[in-house]
Write a protein that binds this ligand. Structure first.
Ligand code: F0G
Length: 454
């Protein structure tokens, strides 16, 4: 098997504790069996997300020291704007405090009641903003993307024929925009090919549709393009990025996965569209030259974007994830394959085949894994869906426990510890039962809902 090789050394560390099992049981019970509600001091390995918890480089920390504090016209912001223009080749930039803030602005400006947003797959916050503005999400991921185990290299690809059918059925004027999500989060961090994006662009051109690219997970996607798509093999990461951008009208991202603890931006090709969105930045985010970010964060982001163009940097997530997925797969433990970005995804439909989806099997496994290991993962399944307006509950396409791999944070021994504990839980999986809501919030219930064993 291939063992990942760290292309960095550790120079600042944070002490961890590994609470005993009684403490862990008490902690998850107090948290309503929802790993979002655990206190981090009770967690050994925090694999909840790779958002805002990646390691920073010495260059990023150094850049934070030279930040230019200013409400308006800060030199720090100019550096970010210049870097984004250089990387994506788009002239018009709007800063935000994080990814969902970009989604708020895009949805408020582009989504009208009754409009449709076709996308390869939804993300929780994206869908919530589109629905809030009266729109509807149409997921048109290629059927291959929903096959849990496969060797398909680009499971995030959109079904282009389905996009054509949607336009034919509803008319181009009902389509608010087309959204392609890089490193498709909820199906296991699976990449989108450049060839597919090119085909989506062609459909958009034929019908005058706006193509919006969610680049939050672009770093992983770039690595997979470089290593899996023949047409990208001889291109630099910078060149691949530019080819992606040249196909899009808008690129937005959460900076929390792209080299910073906070922040985001919307990059726009067309000045008129930029002008329609601009007024919402001072309203919801902050002035146009900080958008809710601190200048120190902006400096770290500017360097982080530059480092995202370095293959030795962006290889770290995918290589650690591939190791973990490979080791679990070798032990017969059901995981999403091929290994994607973001993290390792356990296929709970097979792991807990005795727990029905309606009893939130993925939430139950996330809770059980914490008890068994002190590792905190995240439910990505039915619990993360919203109830329909009539109160019925859509069952998710996939029930996953996501074990995110914050970049350059964990050592290989820690990853081996997690693998060992997951293996123990797999051997003892009949111990795990289902969950039911005790407190169920109406919006984004998975964040702070509380559950108890059935
Ligand atoms: N788009 C994608 C693809 C994301 O993965 C996220 C966040 C967002 C948008 C929203 O960005 O958090 O900065 O507001 N994903 C995090 C995760 C929350 O844990 O997967 P945000």
């Amino acid at each position: 098997e291939t063992v990942p090789l760290e292309m960095h050394k550790v120079r600042v560390v944070q002490k961890l504790t590994l609470p005993d099992i009684d403490t862990r049981l008490a902690a998850i019970t107090a948290a309503g069996n929802n790993t979002f509600l655990l206190q981090n001091r009770d967690v050994f390995m925090d694999m909840l997300t790779d958002s805002g918890v990646n390691a920073m480089s010495d260059r990023q920390v150094a850049a934070m020291m030279v930040a230019d504090d200013s409400y308006a016209g800060s030199a720090t912001y100019t550096r970010l704007e210049t870097r984004l223009r250089e990387i994506f080749g788009m002239d018009w930039i709007l800063p935000t405090h994080q990814g969902r803030a970009c989604e708020n602005i895009l949805a408020q400006v582009l989504v009208t009641p009754g409009s449709i947003v076709p996308m390869n797959y939804h993300f929780t916050t994206t869908k919530a903003h589109i629905v809030l503005n009266g729109g509807r999400v149409e997921e048109i991921i290629h059927a291959r993307g929903l096959e849990v185990t496969s060797d398909e290299p680009f499971k995030g690809d959109m079904d282009v024929a389905a996009l054509e059918r949607l336009v034919a059925e509803h008319g181009a004027e009902r389509i608010a925009f087309v959204r392609v999500e890089a490193g498709t989060n909820l199906i296991g961090g699976q990449p989108v090919s450049l060839a597919n994006l090119r085909e989506v662009r062609a459909v958009c051109d034929r019908h005058g549709l706006t193509l919006v690219y969610d680049a939050s997970l672009m770093a992983d996607n770039l690595y997979f393009l470089k290593t899996r798509e023949a047409a990208c093999r001889d291109l630099s990461i910078r060149e691949i990025t530019r080819q992606i951008a040249d196909l899009c009208d808008v690129i937005y991202f959460s900076a929390r996965k792209l080299g910073c603890a906070r922040g985001g931006a919307i990059c726009v090709r067309d000045e008129a569209l930029y002008n329609r969105m601009r007024g919402l930045v001072p309203l919801y985010e902050g002035f146009l030259t900080y958008g809710g970010m601190s200048v120190r964060e902006i400096e770290a982001l500017t360097v982080g974007l530059d480092e995202t163009m370095d293959e030795d940097m962006i290889s770290q997530g995918p290589q650690f994830i591939a190791y973990m997925v490979g080791e679990l797969d070798r032990r017969g433990i059901p995981v999403i394959t091929p290994a994607g970005g973001l993290g390792c995804h356990i296929d709970v439909m097979r792991f807990l085949d005795h727990v029905p989806q309606a009893q939130y099997s993925a939430g139950a496994l996330a809770s059980a894994l914490y008890i068994a290991s002190g590792v905190r993962g995240m439910e990505r399944g039915t619990l993360s869906e919203q109830r329909a307006p009539d109160g019925t509950e859509p069952l998710a396409n996939m029930e996953l426990v996501r074990l995110a791999m914050p970049r350059r944070v964990f050592t290989l021994s820690q990853v081996k510890y997690a693998i060992d504990r997951i293996d123990w839980l797999w051997q003892n999986r009949r111990l795990v039962g289902g969950l039911t809501f005790v407190e169920e919030p109406e919006i984004l219930r998975f964040f702070y809902g509380r559950l108890a064993p059935v």
